[in-house]
Design a protein around this ligand. Structure first.
Ligand code: PLP
Length: 492
């Protein structure tokens, strides 16, 4: 199966090449020429392990990899790096099925994709004839950097360079990155904000001279951000797995539809749920939850995407996004794969900051419901859920929970609902501690973690408590104009 660009002006390529290049040469995103059907029947799902389901789902998309190769990648990704043998536990609380995606190495759902992407990437060169080593470049505002570092550390044939804003990340996030082990990991704080780091990385990607210098060192660049199809496809697997779990437990009957709620930023996670539906999982409504940055809520309700709005810094920072890059893949699908219409929308977004979709596409958006919850509602949702059920959620997950409650109230739809829990509460300990009624006036995030643990009787993930005392391995703080030089320097 080949992968084509959503903008229609690039050659279709096999999966391995789409994964290696990340973005298509015409600026579009790679999508499969045809979304494959689930290679298992629904009644065959109960009882299967996460690894089995993931192998089937990922193998169906990436059919230029052999079954053995996929199984090997899956085994390496979803093994000892996860704190629970179930990989993705599904727990019922407060009338919803929480699909816990945060039990990987960095306690955020980014681990689901970033623990397998490095293994797919290292198998890709032999299929494409590309012989260079791979250098992953990432600018991060927090979670992605650490998850990418943890995923790529020690993976042969790869180096990873991460740039983060010196002033823009929390202490825990900073420590998570600067204590990262592995001789192929390189981490720099830059004097500048996230946008400056991101711009620096983009400049490196498009610098022809630098590419040639790199090729002379036998390296090529690749991307680990969520526009890479190699990050999206592994996420389809957990929706299939969760459906099997609900069948296994008798929560649903075969062919019964489920609704899905997703706290959304770049639209990758919820798009994976849409793909699971296209593969054959009976999906009812896809509920897209936003915080105050509710550009997607408005879009799903009106068909107008308008990024001209105030940018809010919230307690769910991974959803503080005004340009949701993976939405482009949905536009492509819902327009009947009309690349020209997608190009027009994306051009308008770039030049005018907004676009409106056609009436036919607005109609197709009805499978989605958009809703938002502000910081007060989010804190309230965490508190109420904890007091009534003892279950503790992080702020991103709580945004989704509150939107789910609004949806149910508004529509009366009682369909069994699966909710994507995207981070451990301990990644945002101050916010959660205050929301469950603790005293958040503590010295630092680590003290907040201990308070939260004492108050809720839940355990602090070891990977988070450990960073307080791990040796600092990456000390460098650089000016943004030195990013290129540093990349050349580390890739010797
Ligand atoms: C990245 C992230 C999200 C948003 O996911 P998208 O795929 O970008 O929509 C939500 N919650 C957490 C904790 C995240 O790290």
């Amino acid at each position: 199966m080949l992968y084509k660009s959503t903008r229609g002006c690039a050659e279709p390529v096999p999966a391995a090449q789409a994964i290696l290049t990340g973005i298509a040469p015409d600026g579009g995103l790679y999508v499969p020429e045809k979304i494959p059907l689930l290679p298992l029947s629904l009644d065959d799902l109960p009882g299967r392990s996460y690894q089995e389901v993931a192998s089937h789902v990922i193998g169906a998309f990436f059919d230029d990899f052999t079954k053995e190769e996929i199984a090997e990648c899956v085994a390496k990704a979803y093994g000892s790096g996860f704190k629970t043998p179930e990989i993705v536990p599904v727990r019922e609380a407060g009338g919803v099925q929480f699909m816990e995606l945060y039990h990987g190495r960095t306690s955020a759902f980014k681990d689901m994709a970033l623990s397998i992407l490095p293994h797919l990437l290292t198998k890709a060169p032999e299929k494409t004839g590309i012989k260079e080593k791979i250098c992953i470049l990432t600018a991060t505002s927090g979670d992605t950097g650490k998850a990418a570092l943890a995923g790529f550390a020690g993976v042969p044939g790869t180096d990873i360079v991460v740039f983060f804003p010196e002033e823009g990340v929390s202490r825990v996030q900073r420590l998570q990155m600067v204590t990262q082990e592995g001789t192929n990991t390189h981490v720099f704080a830059i004097r500048g904000n996230f946008d400056r780091a991101q711009r620096g990385v983009k400049e490196i990607f498009t610098d022809g001279t630098l590419q040639r210098q790199l090729a002379a060192k036998n390296y090529r660049f690749s991307s680990a951000n969520s526009i890479n199809i190699g990050r999206l496809v592994p996420q389809v697997a957990y929706y299939v797995y969760a459906y099997g779990k609900l069948l296994e437990r008798g929560k649903i009957k075969e062919r019964e539809k489920i609704n899905v709620v997703v706290p959304t930023g770049n639209f990758g996670n919820i798009l994976a749920a849409y793909y699971a539906g296209r593969m054959g999982i009976p999906v009812g409504r896809l509920i897209c939850a936003s915080n105050e940055n509710d550009v997607l809520t408005e879009f799903l309700r009106t068909g107008v995407y308008n990024m001209h709005r105030p940018f809010h810094i919230t307690t769910s920072p991974s959803m503080d996004i005004l340009v949701s890059s993976n939405l482009e893949r949905l536009l492509f699908a819902l327009s009947g794969e009309n690349a020209k219409a997608v190009r027009l929308c994306m051009d308008k977004l770039q030049t005018e900051g907004s676009y409106a979709v056609s009436a036919q596409m607005r109609d197709a958006l009805k499978g989605f419901y958009g809703g938002s919850a502000d910081m007060g509602e989010t804190a309230d949702a965490i508190g109420v859920l904890f007091r009534e059920t003892g279950y503790v959620t992080d702020p991103h997950t709580a945004v989704a929970y509150r939107v789910f409650q609004k949806y149910r109230k508004e529509t009366g739809d009682e369909t069994v609902t699966c909710l994507a829990s995207t981070a451990s509460p301990y990644k945002f300990p101050r916010t959660v501690l205050a929301a469950v009624g603790g005293n958040a006036d503590v010295e630092d995030d680590f003290a907040a973690m201990r308070e939260l643990s004492a108050l809720t009787g839940t355990a602090i993930p070891e990977n988070l408590s450990a960073v307080e005392h791990l040796p600092i391995r990456h000390q460098r703080v650089i000016n943004p104009n030195m990013m290129k030089e540093e990349v050349l320097e580390v890739l010797r």
